[in-house]
Design a protein around this ligand. Sequence first.
Ligand code: KG4
Ligand code: ZN
Length: 339
Amino acid sequence: MRVLGIETSCDETSAAIVDDQMRILSLVVVSQLREHELYGGVVPEIAARAHLDLIERIVEKAFQDGNCSLQDIDAIAATGGPGLIGGVIVGTMYAKGLALSHSLPYVAVNHLEGHALTARLDPGVEFPYLLLLISGGHCQFLIVEELGLYHKLGATIDDAVGEAFDKTGKLIHLSYPAGPQIEHLAKRGDPLRFTLPRPLWKKPGCDFSFSGLKTAVRQTLQEISEKSDQDIADLCASFQKTVGDILCDRAQNAIEMALEKNPKIKDLVLAGGVAANGSLRLRLETVCQKSGLQLLCPPMSLCTDNAAMIAWVGLERFQRGLFTSLDFAPRPRWPLDEI
Ligand code: KG4
Ligand code: ZN
Protein backbone atom coordinates (compact mmCIF):
# COMPACT_ATOMS: atom_id res chain seq x y z
CA MET A 1 0.00 0.00 0.00
CA ARG A 2 1.38 3.40 -1.00
CA VAL A 3 0.19 6.90 -0.21
CA LEU A 4 1.16 10.21 -1.78
CA GLY A 5 1.33 13.07 0.74
CA ILE A 6 1.32 16.81 0.04
CA GLU A 7 2.28 19.56 2.52
CA THR A 8 1.73 23.27 1.81
CA SER A 9 0.60 24.78 5.11
CA CYS A 10 3.49 27.18 5.72
CA ASP A 11 6.66 27.94 3.75
CA GLU A 12 7.70 24.45 2.67
CA THR A 13 6.24 22.88 -0.46
CA SER A 14 6.63 19.15 -0.08
CA ALA A 15 5.50 15.85 -1.59
CA ALA A 16 6.32 12.32 -0.43
CA ILE A 17 5.40 8.72 -1.00
CA VAL A 18 5.36 6.27 1.91
CA ASP A 19 4.33 2.64 2.05
CA ASP A 20 2.86 0.33 4.69
CA GLN A 21 6.30 -1.16 5.40
CA MET A 22 7.16 2.23 7.00
CA ARG A 23 9.42 3.10 4.08
CA ILE A 24 9.74 6.60 2.71
CA LEU A 25 10.02 5.95 -1.02
CA SER A 26 10.58 9.62 -1.75
CA LEU A 27 10.51 12.93 0.05
CA VAL A 28 10.90 16.23 -1.76
CA VAL A 29 10.95 19.44 0.29
CA VAL A 30 11.46 22.87 -1.21
CA SER A 31 11.80 25.64 1.32
CA GLN A 32 10.72 29.13 0.31
CA LEU A 33 13.12 30.71 2.82
CA ARG A 34 14.70 33.01 0.26
CA GLU A 35 11.35 34.44 -0.85
CA HIS A 36 10.52 35.40 2.75
CA GLU A 37 13.96 36.29 4.10
CA LEU A 38 13.68 39.92 3.12
CA TYR A 39 10.56 40.34 5.30
CA GLY A 40 11.88 38.60 8.43
CA GLY A 41 9.02 36.08 8.47
CA VAL A 42 6.61 34.18 6.25
CA VAL A 43 4.36 36.36 4.05
CA PRO A 44 1.16 34.33 3.47
CA GLU A 45 0.40 35.70 0.00
CA ILE A 46 3.93 35.08 -1.26
CA ALA A 47 3.83 31.58 0.23
CA ALA A 48 0.55 30.71 -1.51
CA ARG A 49 1.85 31.87 -4.90
CA ALA A 50 5.09 29.95 -4.46
CA HIS A 51 3.19 26.75 -3.56
CA LEU A 52 1.09 27.15 -6.70
CA ASP A 53 4.23 27.63 -8.76
CA LEU A 54 6.02 24.62 -7.31
CA ILE A 55 3.45 21.98 -6.50
CA GLU A 56 3.23 20.22 -9.86
CA ARG A 57 7.01 19.88 -10.29
CA ILE A 58 7.44 18.72 -6.72
CA VAL A 59 4.83 15.98 -7.02
CA GLU A 60 6.41 14.86 -10.31
CA LYS A 61 9.83 14.72 -8.64
CA ALA A 62 8.38 12.66 -5.78
CA PHE A 63 7.15 10.10 -8.32
CA GLN A 64 10.51 10.12 -10.13
CA ASP A 65 12.51 9.66 -6.92
CA GLY A 66 10.12 6.95 -5.73
CA ASN A 67 10.39 5.21 -9.08
CA CYS A 68 6.61 4.89 -9.40
CA SER A 69 3.57 6.58 -10.89
CA LEU A 70 0.01 7.45 -9.88
CA GLN A 71 -1.00 3.92 -10.89
CA ASP A 72 1.01 2.58 -7.93
CA ILE A 73 -0.70 4.86 -5.40
CA ASP A 74 -3.63 3.80 -3.19
CA ALA A 75 -4.62 7.15 -1.69
CA ILE A 76 -3.79 10.85 -1.78
CA ALA A 77 -3.32 12.80 1.44
CA ALA A 78 -2.83 16.54 1.80
CA THR A 79 -2.63 18.95 4.70
CA GLY A 80 -6.16 20.33 5.16
CA GLY A 81 -5.14 22.71 7.98
CA PRO A 82 -4.27 24.31 10.30
CA GLY A 83 -2.01 26.73 8.49
CA LEU A 84 -1.83 29.70 6.15
CA ILE A 85 -5.06 29.36 4.25
CA GLY A 86 -3.73 30.24 0.76
CA GLY A 87 -1.17 27.45 0.89
CA VAL A 88 -3.60 24.95 2.41
CA ILE A 89 -6.06 25.68 -0.42
CA VAL A 90 -3.35 25.06 -3.06
CA GLY A 91 -2.40 21.65 -1.60
CA THR A 92 -6.00 20.62 -0.95
CA MET A 93 -7.21 21.51 -4.44
CA TYR A 94 -4.27 19.81 -6.09
CA ALA A 95 -4.80 16.62 -4.05
CA LYS A 96 -8.54 16.59 -4.68
CA GLY A 97 -7.95 17.06 -8.42
CA LEU A 98 -5.55 14.11 -8.53
CA ALA A 99 -7.87 11.95 -6.44
CA LEU A 100 -10.91 12.76 -8.54
CA SER A 101 -9.20 12.27 -11.89
CA HIS A 102 -7.68 8.92 -10.87
CA SER A 103 -10.58 7.64 -8.73
CA LEU A 104 -8.40 7.48 -5.63
CA PRO A 105 -9.46 8.03 -2.03
CA TYR A 106 -8.58 11.44 -0.59
CA VAL A 107 -7.55 12.11 3.01
CA ALA A 108 -7.44 15.64 4.47
CA VAL A 109 -4.73 15.52 7.11
CA ASN A 110 -4.44 17.76 10.13
CA HIS A 111 -0.91 19.18 10.06
CA LEU A 112 -0.56 18.77 13.83
CA GLU A 113 -1.58 15.13 13.56
CA GLY A 114 1.24 14.82 11.01
CA HIS A 115 3.77 16.06 13.58
CA ALA A 116 2.10 13.97 16.30
CA LEU A 117 2.36 10.66 14.42
CA THR A 118 5.74 11.06 12.66
CA ALA A 119 7.50 9.12 15.41
CA ARG A 120 5.36 6.10 14.49
CA LEU A 121 6.94 6.15 11.03
CA ASP A 122 10.44 6.70 12.40
CA PRO A 123 11.62 5.50 14.97
CA GLY A 124 8.38 3.48 15.07
CA VAL A 125 6.97 4.28 18.52
CA GLU A 126 3.84 2.49 19.80
CA PHE A 127 0.73 4.19 21.22
CA PRO A 128 0.32 5.71 23.79
CA TYR A 129 3.00 8.37 24.26
CA LEU A 130 3.47 11.93 25.41
CA LEU A 131 4.30 14.43 22.67
CA LEU A 132 6.00 17.79 22.97
CA LEU A 133 5.46 19.72 19.76
CA ILE A 134 7.82 22.68 19.56
CA SER A 135 7.91 24.60 16.29
CA GLY A 136 7.63 28.10 14.91
CA GLY A 137 3.85 28.01 15.09
CA HIS A 138 3.09 25.50 17.82
CA CYS A 139 4.09 24.74 21.36
CA GLN A 140 2.06 22.11 23.17
CA PHE A 141 2.01 18.88 25.16
CA LEU A 142 -0.33 16.18 23.90
CA ILE A 143 -1.09 12.66 24.99
CA VAL A 144 -1.24 10.60 21.80
CA GLU A 145 -3.54 7.76 22.91
CA GLU A 146 -4.25 6.28 19.50
CA LEU A 147 -5.05 7.41 15.96
CA GLY A 148 -7.47 10.31 16.25
CA LEU A 149 -7.46 10.37 20.05
CA TYR A 150 -5.35 13.21 21.44
CA HIS A 151 -5.52 15.02 24.77
CA LYS A 152 -3.96 18.44 24.96
CA LEU A 153 -2.36 18.88 28.38
CA GLY A 154 -1.02 22.38 27.91
CA ALA A 155 0.04 24.90 25.27
CA THR A 156 1.55 28.32 24.91
CA ILE A 157 -0.61 31.22 25.99
CA ASP A 158 1.28 33.65 23.73
CA ASP A 159 4.29 32.93 21.45
CA ALA A 160 5.42 29.52 20.27
CA VAL A 161 8.96 28.61 21.33
CA GLY A 162 10.30 28.75 17.75
CA GLU A 163 8.72 32.17 17.42
CA ALA A 164 10.60 33.26 20.57
CA PHE A 165 13.87 32.10 18.94
CA ASP A 166 12.99 33.91 15.70
CA LYS A 167 11.93 37.15 17.41
CA THR A 168 15.05 37.13 19.59
CA GLY A 169 17.08 36.54 16.43
CA LYS A 170 15.44 39.53 14.76
CA LEU A 171 16.46 41.74 17.71
CA ILE A 172 20.10 40.78 17.18
CA HIS A 173 19.81 41.06 13.37
CA LEU A 174 19.94 37.36 12.53
CA SER A 175 18.14 36.15 9.43
CA TYR A 176 14.96 34.07 9.64
CA PRO A 177 14.69 31.35 10.96
CA ALA A 178 17.06 32.26 13.76
CA GLY A 179 16.87 29.08 15.87
CA PRO A 180 19.86 27.27 14.36
CA GLN A 181 22.01 30.44 14.43
CA ILE A 182 21.17 31.15 18.07
CA GLU A 183 22.11 27.57 18.95
CA HIS A 184 25.41 28.03 17.11
CA LEU A 185 26.24 31.38 18.74
CA ALA A 186 25.23 30.05 22.18
CA LYS A 187 28.02 27.47 21.99
CA ARG A 188 30.63 30.14 22.72
CA GLY A 189 28.55 32.21 25.11
CA ASP A 190 28.13 32.30 28.88
CA PRO A 191 24.63 31.01 29.74
CA LEU A 192 24.84 32.56 33.22
CA ARG A 193 25.76 36.09 32.17
CA PHE A 194 22.19 37.42 31.84
CA THR A 195 19.29 36.50 34.11
CA LEU A 196 16.12 36.39 32.04
CA PRO A 197 12.53 35.78 33.23
CA ARG A 198 10.98 32.32 33.22
CA PRO A 199 7.21 32.97 32.89
CA LEU A 200 4.95 30.42 34.67
CA TRP A 201 8.04 28.97 36.42
CA LYS A 202 7.02 26.36 39.04
CA LYS A 203 3.33 27.11 38.40
CA PRO A 204 1.01 24.10 38.19
CA GLY A 205 0.05 22.73 34.76
CA CYS A 206 2.13 22.67 31.59
CA ASP A 207 1.16 25.81 29.69
CA PHE A 208 3.97 27.96 28.32
CA SER A 209 4.57 31.67 27.97
CA PHE A 210 7.45 33.25 26.08
CA SER A 211 6.44 36.83 25.31
CA GLY A 212 7.96 38.25 28.55
CA LEU A 213 11.23 36.55 27.74
CA LYS A 214 11.41 38.26 24.37
CA THR A 215 10.70 41.66 25.96
CA ALA A 216 13.46 41.02 28.51
CA VAL A 217 15.91 40.24 25.71
CA ARG A 218 15.04 43.59 24.09
CA GLN A 219 15.58 45.45 27.37
CA THR A 220 18.86 43.65 28.03
CA LEU A 221 20.10 44.61 24.57
CA GLN A 222 19.19 48.26 25.18
CA GLU A 223 21.26 48.23 28.36
CA ILE A 224 24.46 47.18 26.55
CA SER A 225 25.76 50.31 24.84
CA GLU A 226 28.43 48.89 22.51
CA LYS A 227 27.60 45.29 21.79
CA SER A 228 30.56 43.01 21.16
CA ASP A 229 30.35 39.57 19.52
CA GLN A 230 30.87 38.11 22.98
CA ASP A 231 27.88 40.08 24.37
CA ILE A 232 25.68 38.62 21.61
CA ALA A 233 26.99 35.09 22.19
CA ASP A 234 26.37 35.46 25.94
CA LEU A 235 22.84 36.70 25.28
CA CYS A 236 22.13 33.75 22.94
CA ALA A 237 23.49 31.31 25.52
CA SER A 238 21.47 32.90 28.34
CA PHE A 239 18.33 32.93 26.20
CA GLN A 240 18.73 29.28 25.21
CA LYS A 241 19.42 28.24 28.80
CA THR A 242 16.28 30.07 29.96
CA VAL A 243 14.19 28.36 27.27
CA GLY A 244 15.68 25.06 28.47
CA ASP A 245 14.74 25.88 32.09
CA ILE A 246 11.17 26.64 31.00
CA LEU A 247 10.81 23.50 28.85
CA CYS A 248 12.20 21.26 31.61
CA ASP A 249 9.98 22.76 34.29
CA ARG A 250 6.89 22.36 32.08
CA ALA A 251 7.94 18.86 30.98
CA GLN A 252 8.19 17.66 34.57
CA ASN A 253 4.58 18.69 35.19
CA ALA A 254 3.41 17.33 31.83
CA ILE A 255 4.96 13.93 32.52
CA GLU A 256 3.24 13.72 35.91
CA MET A 257 -0.09 14.75 34.37
CA ALA A 258 0.30 12.30 31.50
CA LEU A 259 1.21 9.33 33.72
CA GLU A 260 -1.75 10.09 35.95
CA LYS A 261 -4.08 9.94 32.93
CA ASN A 262 -2.39 6.95 31.33
CA PRO A 263 0.24 5.00 33.29
CA LYS A 264 1.08 2.98 30.15
CA ILE A 265 2.99 5.93 28.67
CA LYS A 266 6.69 5.12 28.31
CA ASP A 267 7.99 7.71 25.86
CA LEU A 268 8.25 11.45 25.49
CA VAL A 269 8.39 12.21 21.77
CA LEU A 270 9.78 15.54 20.54
CA ALA A 271 8.56 17.01 17.26
CA GLY A 272 8.76 20.31 15.38
CA GLY A 273 11.71 22.37 14.18
CA VAL A 274 12.94 23.37 17.65
CA ALA A 275 13.52 19.68 18.42
CA ALA A 276 16.66 20.11 16.27
CA ASN A 277 18.26 22.00 19.16
CA GLY A 278 20.87 19.72 20.70
CA SER A 279 21.15 21.59 23.97
CA LEU A 280 17.38 21.54 24.57
CA ARG A 281 17.28 17.83 23.73
CA LEU A 282 20.00 17.06 26.27
CA ARG A 283 18.18 18.97 28.98
CA LEU A 284 14.89 17.20 28.26
CA GLU A 285 16.72 13.88 28.25
CA THR A 286 17.68 14.50 31.89
CA VAL A 287 14.06 15.19 32.85
CA CYS A 288 12.98 11.97 31.12
CA GLN A 289 15.65 9.90 32.84
CA LYS A 290 14.44 11.12 36.24
CA SER A 291 10.86 10.08 35.42
CA GLY A 292 11.75 6.75 33.80
CA LEU A 293 10.56 7.84 30.35
CA GLN A 294 12.48 7.45 27.13
CA LEU A 295 13.07 10.57 25.02
CA LEU A 296 12.51 9.88 21.34
CA CYS A 297 12.84 12.16 18.38
CA PRO A 298 12.21 11.50 14.70
CA PRO A 299 15.19 12.29 12.42
CA MET A 300 15.58 16.01 11.83
CA SER A 301 14.33 15.85 8.24
CA LEU A 302 11.01 14.59 9.64
CA CYS A 303 10.85 17.03 12.59
CA THR A 304 10.50 20.09 10.40
CA ASP A 305 7.57 20.45 8.00
CA ASN A 306 7.53 17.69 5.41
CA ALA A 307 5.06 15.66 3.36
CA ALA A 308 6.20 12.23 4.62
CA MET A 309 4.38 12.91 7.89
CA ILE A 310 1.25 13.83 5.93
CA ALA A 311 1.49 10.72 3.75
CA TRP A 312 1.99 8.63 6.90
CA VAL A 313 -1.18 9.94 8.57
CA GLY A 314 -2.96 9.39 5.25
CA LEU A 315 -1.76 5.80 5.32
CA GLU A 316 -2.77 5.18 8.94
CA ARG A 317 -6.21 6.64 8.21
CA PHE A 318 -6.53 4.76 4.89
CA GLN A 319 -5.74 1.47 6.67
CA ARG A 320 -8.71 2.11 8.98
CA GLY A 321 -11.02 3.20 6.15
CA LEU A 322 -11.06 6.82 7.29
CA PHE A 323 -11.33 8.86 4.09
CA THR A 324 -12.40 12.45 3.58
CA SER A 325 -15.24 13.59 1.37
CA LEU A 326 -14.20 15.72 -1.62
CA ASP A 327 -16.34 18.58 -0.31
CA PHE A 328 -13.92 19.08 2.61
CA ALA A 329 -13.24 22.80 3.15
CA PRO A 330 -9.64 23.74 4.09
CA ARG A 331 -9.38 24.84 7.72
CA PRO A 332 -7.02 27.66 8.76
CA ARG A 333 -7.73 26.66 12.38
CA TRP A 334 -8.19 23.01 13.20
CA PRO A 335 -7.45 21.99 16.79
CA LEU A 336 -6.41 18.36 17.19
CA ASP A 337 -9.26 17.63 19.55
CA GLU A 338 -11.71 18.46 16.73
CA ILE A 339 -10.51 15.63 14.49
O1 KG4 B 1 8.53 22.78 12.40
P1 KG4 B 1 9.14 23.94 11.66
O2 KG4 B 1 10.05 23.65 10.52
O3 KG4 B 1 8.04 24.87 11.07
C1 KG4 B 1 6.90 25.26 11.77
O4 KG4 B 1 7.03 26.25 12.51
O5 KG4 B 1 5.85 24.58 11.61
O6 KG4 B 1 9.89 24.82 12.76
C2 KG4 B 1 10.60 25.99 12.44
C3 KG4 B 1 11.04 26.64 13.75
C4 KG4 B 1 11.64 28.04 13.54
O7 KG4 B 1 11.05 28.89 14.49
C5 KG4 B 1 13.12 27.83 13.82
O8 KG4 B 1 13.77 28.97 14.33
C6 KG4 B 1 13.10 26.70 14.83
O9 KG4 B 1 12.05 25.84 14.38
N1 KG4 B 1 14.37 25.96 14.86
C7 KG4 B 1 15.18 25.94 15.93
C8 KG4 B 1 16.33 25.17 15.57
N2 KG4 B 1 16.13 24.73 14.28
C9 KG4 B 1 14.93 25.23 13.88
N3 KG4 B 1 15.07 26.51 17.14
C10 KG4 B 1 16.09 26.33 18.02
N4 KG4 B 1 17.21 25.62 17.74
C11 KG4 B 1 17.37 25.03 16.54
N5 KG4 B 1 18.48 24.34 16.27
ZN1 ZN C 1 4.73 22.20 11.36
